[in-house]
Each structure stands twice: as structure tokens, then as C-alpha cells.
Design a protein around this ligand. Structure first.
Ligand code: FAD
Ligand code: SF4
Ligand code: SF4
Ligand code: SF4
Length: 373
């Protein structure tokens, strides 16, 4: 039976761990407590002697392929980008949400809808928890959900929302309060790797993953380490100062909105120097295992691109219209939706290609950045 020691050798040492926290959560959830996350969110042995060699941390790890086929089958995953039931561009009807949101605020509007309708008791989201930190958070009220929307740029603290922690902190730590509060129906918002870890748990039918009723996935081209050095370089590339930044977003480029109203864009290729090592090996751009996936790509500023993927995803999205969510219904909408989907295909193919190439180079030549083990 493979244990955490094998995960260290096969996933962490080569730099493939994206710190989803699945291994730690599972081990902790069933009270083994052999594992812990260190201060940087990296999984470690807490007490090796407590490990009963059950092998479940290994089975849960999204980097281990053993459960892939079963998980795909359960979700009706289809190549090349997972199951797609429908694609559209939408936004929250509430302007207050849109103002706070990353793109069109559809994730927040959908969560609010589910909560108001009594379909969920809470949602695992992330929120800013201090300088350079964004933490998993169990939102149980409308205020909580709204407070987690989008991200803010705190000029006194630097690039808080795009710090290393913001992007990769163990979302699954959010399960802990969920267990304690005994909530039964929860929505989960996360990046593709985080969604995949949850789906793995669900495939194994592990408590408390059964309480996750809806998985909302965010498109993800990569995850960045945003230390002081990186911030300085980005500011230099973009020709701006962080004290002048109002909002930052990722679509096909990094888009920096300045307080003056000026918008600076930086090609994502130019940010390779600060990309997290594990992200070079990640093939999922569009949250292929989610019930509904969301991104900014292809949508105008202030709108969100939405892909419904499962019957349950389609149903909750349809139910939130038109009260909470407004779909862009321009005349040429079918053409527009097809174009958006084409873009998602293009970026997904690009990411898969890079992951495959990087994997071939693993253990021979790294893309020139520091391994994150
Ligand atoms: C790391 C990262 C990379 C991304 N890369 C791309 C990209 O390359 N192309 C693209 O089109 N879109 C990308 N997105 C998605 C995009 O930024 C928006 O999140 C998405 O369009 C939804 O916008 P919204 O206004 O509907 O969401 P909102 O209504 O603003 O809600 C966003 C929700 O996501 C939660 N959240 C925010 N950050 C995280 C996180 N790190 N982990 C888990 N939950 C989080 C918030 O708590 C909130 O509930 C990325 C998102 C992230 C987090
Ligand atoms: S007890 Fe099981 S889940 Fe925990 S570290 Fe050991 S093998 Fe992994
Ligand atoms: S990828 Fe996730 S489950 Fe795998 S070792 Fe890293 S934190 Fe643990
Ligand atoms: S690129 Fe992949 S591994 Fe990296 S944060 Fe995004 S989904 Fe996770």
C-alpha cells in the first residue's frame, strides 16, 4: 500500500505538489492526524508514527492517476475539455456584486441564489485574511459570500490577492469548520486542481466530501508566486507602480486597472518567471471536473464566461436566471458563445500541451524556475 512517504517521493520531491491539501485533509478528517500543513501550506508528516498506512492520502492526490478513469466516468467527462452542456456570457443582475467581483460576479450571484433558496447551508470560498494571504473560508451568510467576491487590491500591503498564498492555499482546509458545524449541503469554489481533489474524495465517497453538493470551478492558466522581487519585476514590465493599482484580473493577459482609469496589460508569457513550478504540469484550464466553470476569457470587461457541465450545474444556473443572473442575449449570441468556447478550447489545448512537454522534461531539465518542494 502506498503511503504519504510515496507521495513525498513521487509528487513533492519532483515539485508536482500544488498544495491542494487533500492528503492532509483526508488524513485529518478521519482523525489519523499523521499529516499537517506547514506555515507555507505544504503537506508534511505531523507524526509519522500515527500513519496507519491506509494509502488514502495517495488515492486522493490529484497528481496520482489511479482514480482518474473512475472519476471521469462518474462525471461523464469527455475529451478534449470535459463535458460541456452549455456556454454563455453572463453577469450578476445586482450592480453592487458586479462592482466587487472579479469579472461579472456570476460565481457570487449563484452562491447567493443557492443560499437564499435554501439549496445550501454554506459555501467554501476564499477571502482575504491579511497581507499577502487569502484563506479558505466557510461562508454561511449572504454577507459572508459577498465579502469573498472578487479580490481587492490593498495598496498599503502590496499585491495581496495575487500572493503565493492567495492562489494556492489549501482550499480544502475549509472542510474543517464544515465538519465542526455539521453542515449538510455546501457549495465549493476552487481552481481546477482543487475541484479535482474534491472529485477524488467524492469518487472514494469519503466524508465530508458527500456534503459538497455543487462544485464551482474557476478557469486557471497558472498560479503565481508574488514575492517582493516578482512584484518589482511585474511593475517594471507593465510600466506602473503598485500604489496606483485598483484591480487586477487574468483573462488572456494580466489586466491591471489603475486608479487613474488607465489599464495596463501584460502577456501571460511574460509572467512565466513567477509561475509556480507545479502549474507547469497542470493540464486543466477550464475546471473540467466542475458542475459549472467560470472565467473571464472571451467575455467583455464586467462579464463572466460560464460553462455548465453537469445536469445539476445546468439546473442551478438556469434557476438563477433571470433574477440573480443576466445572460448576454445579444442578437449574435449563438455565434459569440461558439467563439468563446473556441477560445477556451485553444487555451485548454495550450495548457495540456505545455503540461505534456513539461512532464517529458521532468527530472531532466526544468523550465528554469525554482522547484517548490
Ligand atoms: C488562480 C486563478 C487563476 C485564474 N486564471 C484565469 C485565466 O487564466 N483565465 C480566465 O478566464 N479566468 C481565470 N480565472 C478566473 C477569473 O479570475 C474569475 O474568478 C472568474 O471569471 C469568476 O469571476 P466572477 O466575477 O464571476 O467571480 P466572483 O463573483 O468575483 O467570485 C469569485 C469567487 O471565487 C473565489 N475565489 C477567488 N480566488 C480563489 C482561489 N484562489 N481559490 C478558490 N476560490 C477563489 C472567491 O472567494 C469568490 O467566491 C482565474 C482565477 C483564479 C483564482
Ligand atoms: S494514515 Fe493514511 S492518509 Fe494518513 S498519512 Fe498514513 S497513509 Fe496517508
Ligand atoms: S497535490 Fe494535494 S494531495 Fe497531492 S501531495 Fe500535494 S497537497 Fe497532497
Ligand atoms: S495551474 Fe493547475 S495546479 Fe496551478 S493553480 Fe491552476 S489549477 Fe492548480
Amino acid at each position: 500500500m502506498k503511503t504519504f512517504t510515496d507521495l513525498v517521493r513521487e509528487v513533492q520531491k519532483p515539485g508536482l505538489c500544488h498544495r491542494c491539501g487533500g492528503c492532509v485533509m483526508f488524513c485529518t478528517a478521519i482523525n489519523y492526524g499523521a499529516l499537517k500543513l506547514d506555515e507555507e501550506g505544504k503537506p508534511r508528516y505531523a507524526e509519522k508514527a500515527k500513519c496507519i498506512e491506509c494509502g488514502l492520502c495517495n488515492a486522493i492526490c490529484p497528481e496520482i492517476a489511479d482514480l482518474d478513469e473512475e472519476t471521469k466516468e462518474r462525471l461523464g467527462w469527455a475529451p478534449p475539455i470535459g463535458r460541456v452542456i452549455g456556454t454563455c456570457i453572463a453577469r450578476a443582475t445586482d450592480e453592487k456584486i458586479r462592482k466587487k467581483a472579479t469579472d461579472g460576479g456570476v460565481v457570487t450571484a449563484l452562491l447567493l441564489h443557492l443560499l437564499k433558496r435554501g439549496r445550501i447551508d454554506g459555501a467554501i470560498v476564499t477571502k482575504q485574511s491579511g497581507p499577502f494571504q487569502r484563506e479558505p473560508f466557510l461562508a454561511v451568510s449572504e454577507e459572508d459570500i459577498i465579502s469573498a467576491a472578487g479580490f481587492f487590491f490593498d495598496t498599503s500591503h502590496g499585491m495581496t490577492s495575487f500572493s503565493d498564498h492567495y492562489l494556492i492555499y489549501s482550499q480544502i482546509k475549509g472542510f474543517d469548520p464544515l465538519i465542526k458545524k455539521g453542515l449538510q449541503r455546501v457549495a465549493f469554489v476552487g481552481t481546477p486542481c482543487q475541484v479535482k481533489a474534491v472529485r477524488r474524495m467524492q469518487t472514494l465517497n469519503i466524508i465530508p466530501s458527500d456534503t459538497i453538493k455543487f462544485c464551482l470551478g474557476l478557469f486557471c492558466s497558472g498560479n503565481f508566486i508574488f514575492g517582493k522581487e516578482q512584484q518589482a519585476k511585474v511593475a517594471e514590465i507593465g510600466g506602473f507602480q503598485f500604489k496606483d493599482v485598483k484591480k487586477i484580473n487574468i483573462k488572456e493577459e494580466l489586466i491591471v486597472h489603475l486608479n487613474s482609469g488607465e489599464v495596463k496589460t501584460i502577456m501571460l508569457d511574460e509572467l512565466e518567471f513567477m509561475k509556480r513550478f507545479a502549474c507547469y504540469f497542470c493540464p486543466d484550464y477550464s475546471a473540467e471536473y466542475a458542475d459549472v466553470s467560470f472565467g473571464g476569457i472571451g467575455a467583455e470587461e464586467g462579464w463572466t464566461t460560464v460553462i455548465t457541465r453537469t445536469p445539476v450545474g445546468r439546473a442551478i444556473f438556469a434557476d438563477a436566471k433571470p433574477k440573480e443572473i443576466e445572460v448576454n442575449c445579444q442578437e449574435d449570441f449563438p455565434k459569440m458563445a461558439a467563439q468563446v468556447l473556441k477560445k477556451v478550447h485553444k487555451w485548454s489545448a495550450r495548457k495540456k500541451d505545455m503540461a505534456a512537454k513539461s512532464r517529458k522534461l521532468l527530472n531532466t531539465k526544468y523550465p528554469g524556475i525554482k522547484k517548490d518542494t
